[in-house]
Design a protein around this ligand. Sequence first.
Ligand code: SF4
Length: 278
Amino acid sequence: MKVVLAKSAGFCFGVKRAIQIAFDTAETRERIASLGPLIHSPQMVQKLEEKGVHVVRGPEGVKCDTAIVRSHGVTAGELDELQQRGVAVVDATCPFVKKAQDYSAALRDGGYIVVVIGEADHPEVQGIVSYAGENAVIVANAQEAERLPASRRIGIVAQTTQSMENFREVVNVCLNKAQELRLFNTICDATSVRQEEARQISQQADMVLVVGGFNSANTTRLAQICTEIQPRTHHVETAGELQADWFEGIETVGVTAGASTPEWIIREIVETIETYEK
Ligand code: SF4
């Protein structure tokens, strides 16, 4: 049986960096509060918990003197609250997300109505919009952008995981809404690269395994993409969920994993598949 492992499987740059920062900080502090799970991998969250990094829902839940901000950032208000309470903040916000926050603040200061393209209830979007001023608007797509009033100056940023197609469609609508339009392409290609590779692997394989947290939106999306092309796709979190009968008659297995799947879990999956050959 041939195993085709996606080159992009596993941590993206921002998640890898945040995990490293958390483990490094845990070397010097006894307890650290993580504002939300640092990563959508229950197995990694458990490892961090063993090192003293415990998850809290928001600043009000922080009962120790250090808090870590995860890769998709927090709102300006949450950051203020922590600082006012004297909590030391370890900022693991991904630099790409930070850029989107900074561009939002610059557009706000420049007098633009800031349009943030993204999912309104996503913490990353809530963080970005918190820097964008009181007139900022979140739009999910071109249909929502159509409802925006005409404005003299509109500035646009996007949630880092947005597709370029959606970004272009919203920009096109805003071209007719503003005398002056300024936009920053804040899209990170980590998501699109993983999705494109998942498509390619699904076309070559007789079965696909998508590895990652069931609570991870990007892993779930990968599983949907693979299933559309190869119906014999299974989304698993760990090697313990693999079933030998899935592999009967299979010649090529494709393996991919979300941006928050630890490398050791992917390795265990591949090693377990190899035992089915014997
Ligand atoms: S997907 Fe991109 S922006 Fe988001 S954490 Fe990963 S590297 Fe950073």
